[in-house]
Write a protein that binds this ligand. Structure first.
Ligand SMILES: *[C@@H]1O[C@H](CO)[C@@H](O)[C@H](O)[C@H]1NC(C)=O
Ligand SMILES: *[C@@H]1O[C@H](CO)[C@@H](O)[C@H](O)[C@H]1NC(C)=O
Ligand SMILES: *[C@@H]1O[C@H](CO)[C@@H](O)[C@H](O)[C@H]1NC(C)=O
Ligand SMILES: *[C@@H]1O[C@H](CO)[C@@H](O)[C@H](O)[C@H]1NC(C)=O
Ligand SMILES: *[C@@H]1O[C@H](CO)[C@@H](O)[C@H](O)[C@H]1NC(C)=O
Length: 438
């Protein structure tokens, strides 16, 4: 933070505290909180279905603003599972842990969409699951504002965003204003020409907001970066019923059928809430924190089947129908870290234009050829006897494309060659090269 104070001047004032949220909104936030920690959890899956989506959307139809909020929150849940599926299908993640914060990714992309126009905006909106016939950008902004205001009431969870702007780049004041009002963005002016210094400033900020859990969001910055948008989330919760460390023992964890590793296995014999889902052969354990958040741990007979079937409707069903009874439960202690570059995955979800010369980010600045250079995401999860700590950051680099384009001309197929004398244009040699190797 010291480094940040010295190097970056605050350009947006801290957002004032929001008024106390209504009861329905508080409930919604609670539901979202549960989902967030859940999607954060060890073994959640993908969604091919959209069941539950429409039903939820109608729950609060009485009030326009509640309705808009529930359209956004149920779209966010759905996006979480679609993104999960993309990440788990990705060849890079075979046999690897998956862990990310859909809340952080949705917020970063929604904030980006504030500055997107035309086709670029449509692609962002529809990939995030917001129906442009039902929701305008301002409705989405308002929903995120409400969600963030709810967070402010919980001191175990911090969420927010920040925008780092090059000192020579002038974004539209409207754009910065919406980011500040609706996405709790803090603004800083940096010198991206000194990319090492700019990266350090951003990394220091992220480390500060995640209590050191994520200390290096950006490795190196594209030298044409004019703006860097990020969204962070940090949660630390204590189990309502902690595990007794004296009951923790080393034990086997079956990574695959023929591959075991040793882990520190925590144990407790308590009344816990569970749901045995026969339909998808999965046992669900609900572990509440001593606040309004919970972790759901899902133990499937067949992970592929669970990943193929899981969707928001399953989560709703489990939360609604789980039963309390005495169990002897065993959960490993662990600390995991993940790191993703999401360009491919988001392109695969339909957000194509923003990454190239078709990008329309004219809501950020007019008449500039802006594009997204990268979307990165890093996350951590630590689980032990006392509780869990989870942190995540999404970073979006925005570059000035006109500077970046160096056209390419690659003679990698048959070509002709002529040698001429420049003054007379006398052709000294002419030929065709079909195979340079013969
Ligand atoms: C909810 O969204 C609709 C459709 O965009 C809009 O007309 C309405 O004003 C929004 N309601 C509130 C309270 O923002
Ligand atoms: C961006 O989108 C807006 C609104 O659709 C359009 O008026 C403008 O011409 C587009 N700009 C570019 C560079 O495509
Ligand atoms: C970049 O910033 C660092 C740290 O402030 C400084 O030591 C260095 O001289 C700067 N480099 C340039 C090229 O300005
Ligand atoms: C949760 O547990 C922690 C540590 O035991 C304690 O500091 C905190 O006050 C508790 N919060 C609630 C809401 O009970
Ligand atoms: C697990 O489920 C998948 C998808 O339904 C199926 O293809 C596969 O055969 C199942 N594996 C086992 C071991 O039953």
């Amino acid at each position: 933070m010291l480094c940040l104070r010295r190097q970056a001047a605050k350009v947006i004032q801290q957002q004032e505290k929001e008024e106390q949220p209504g009861l329905t909104q508080q409930f919604m936030m609670r539901a979202l909180g549960v989902l967030w920690v859940l999607s954060a959890a060890v073994c959640v899956g993908r969604s091919d279905h959209h069941i539950g989506h429409a039903v939820e959307a109608q729950d609060n139809a009485a009030d326009d603003s509640d309705n808009n909020l529930s359209l956004v929150t149920s779209a966010n849940k759905d996006f979480a599972f679609r993104l999960y599926k993309k990440l788990s299908d990705h060849s890079d993640s075979q046999g690897k842990n998956i862990f990310f914060s859909p809340a952080s990714i949705s917020a970063a992309l929604a904030a980006l969409s504030v500055g997107a126009r035309g086709e670029t905006h449509q692609q962002l909106f529809s990939a995030l699951g917001y129906s442009s016939s039902q929701l305008a950008q301002t409705d989405v902004d308002q929903a995120f504002r409400t969600l963030l205001a709810n967070t402010a009431a919980h001191n175990d969870l911090t969420k927010g965003s920040a925008v780092f702007v090059d000192k020579l780049f002038k974004p539209k004041p409207d754009f910065l204003d919406v980011l500040k009002q609706s996405y709790s963005a803090e603004g800083f002016s940096v010198d991206f020409l000194n990319s090492t210094e700019a990266a350090n400033t951003i990394n220091q900020y992220v480390s500060d907001k995640t209590n050191g859990k994520i200390d290096k969001l950006v490795e190196s910055l594209d030298p044409n970066t004019v703006m860097y948008l990020l969204s962070y989330i940090y949660y630390k919760g204590n189990w309502k019923t902690p595990f007794d460390p004296r009951d923790t023992r080393e034990d086997d964890f079956n990574v695959e059928e023929n591959k075991k590793v040793r882990v520190q296995m925590m144990r407790m014999e308590e009344d816990v809430s569970t749901y045995i889902d026969q339909e998808i052969h999965t046992s669900v354990l609900h572990l509440p924190f001593n606040n309004s958040y919970s972790m759901l741990l899902l133990l499937p007979d067949n992970m592929t089947l669970l990943e193929n079937k899981i969707c928001p409707a399953h989560v709703n069903k489990w939360l609604k129908w789980m039963k309390t009874r005495k169990y002897n439960i065993f959960v490993p202690k662990f600390s995991i870290k993940t790191s993703y570059k999401l360009n491919d995955v988001l392109t695969g979800m339909g957000m194509t234009d923003m990454f190239g010369d078709r990008a329309n980010l004219s809501g950020i600045a007019e008449g500039q050829n802006l594009a997204v250079s990268e979307v990165v995401h890093k996350a951590t999860l630590d689980v032990d006897e006392t509780g869990a700590t989870a942190a995540a950051v999404t970073g979006i680099g925005i570059t000035l494309l006109s500077l970046r384009i160096i056209p390419e001309l690659k003679f990698n197929r048959p070509f002709m060659a002529i040698i001429i004398e420049r003054n007379t244009n006398e052709m000294l040699f002419i030929g065709k090269i079909v195979n340079p190797n013969i």
